[in-house]
Design a protein around this ligand. Structure first.
Ligand SMILES: [Zn+2]
Length: 272
């Protein structure tokens, strides 16, 4: 039945859909889809074609930007033609919740993040606010990092720090919020930070603190010691080193240990 529908729809593509749009089936759902070098965007309604096109364009832009800054795309294109990441845009929050209530969709749903990531997929729904400047770069940051380093070796703060780097205005905002707190000694000690699971946190202040602190540490590392070194840090983790072993390897004279990193970060934040 599905096969008949697809065949029929494909024949009608030139008549029915905007350029680049095709009918598609994924996980037994009917979609419209559009693709570029690294991403396929699936969407449900023709009226969302302009949004889907913009998602695709922005996703490719963030892929280049995030990949270049953290040094992933410098050594060849690791997402091959056949291996595009999938972005699903449900037509409404209701459909999203109904469809993603299925176990195969709900696995990997991230508490704080308003979308789900499963494998090389981002799942979200049509929404007006904060998508292009916030959610999309955030989730693509996670996606690229997890694609490159296998999940087990990524401390949660490092993951969330990178994810927030390209959210519009996010690092600046986090620095403004954190500086007075760090001056008063109000921050998560890096030892503790390494074990932090934000999903276990109930206190909203702690959650905000965790996110803000995370992005300032990552941003500090990149700006102070350069994105080349940061790329080497990530590659060392990809090759099996823990974050601490990788720090020692990449920053032997500056921040070889977590406590060195904490000291340098604190003095940067407080100007002392
Ligand atoms: Zn996140």
């Amino acid at each position: 039945m599905m096969r008949v529908w697809v065949g029929l729809a494909l024949n009608l593509v030139p008549l029915l859909f905007a350029p680049g749009v095709r009918a598609d089936v994924f996980d037994q759902l009917q979609w419209l889809s559009m693709k570029d070098s690294h991403f396929i965007v699936y969407f449900q309604e023709e009226r969302d074609t302009p949004i889907a096109r913009k998602i695709l364009r922005e996703a490719e832009k963030y892929y280049q930007r995030i990949g270049t800054t953290i040094g992933f795309t410098r050594y060849g294109d690791f997402w091959t033609w056949d291996n595009r990441a999938r972005i699903f845009l449900f037509a409404s929050k209701e459909t999203f919740l109904t469809e993603t209530g299925q176990p195969e969709w709900s696995t990997g749903y991230v508490n704080k993040d308003a979308v789900a990531i499963i494998g090389r997929m981002i799942v979200t729904y049509r929404q007006e606010e904060n998508f292009f400047d916030g959610l999309l770069p955030h989730e693509i940051g996670h996606l690229i990092l997890h694609e490159f380093i296998k999940d087990a070796r990524i401390p949660s703060w490092f993951d969330e720090g990178i994810a927030q780097l390209y959210e519009a205005g996010k690092p600046e905002q986090a620095f403004r919020a954190m500086k007075p707190l760090v001056s008063r000694g109000q921050f998560i000690h890096f030892r503790d930070l390494m074990r932090w699971d934000v999903q276990q946190q109930q206190d909203p202040f702690n959650v905000t603190l965790f996110y803000a602190q995370s992005v300032t540490i990552v941003d500090f590392l990149i700006k102070r010691y350069g994105s080349d070194a940061f790329g080497r840090l990530c590659r060392n983790m990809r090759d099996g080193k823990s974050l601490e072993e990788a720090l020692d390897k990449v920053y032997p004279n500056t921040v070889p240990t977590l406590s060195d990193l904490e000291q340098k970060w604190v003095s940067f934040m407080t100007g002392r």
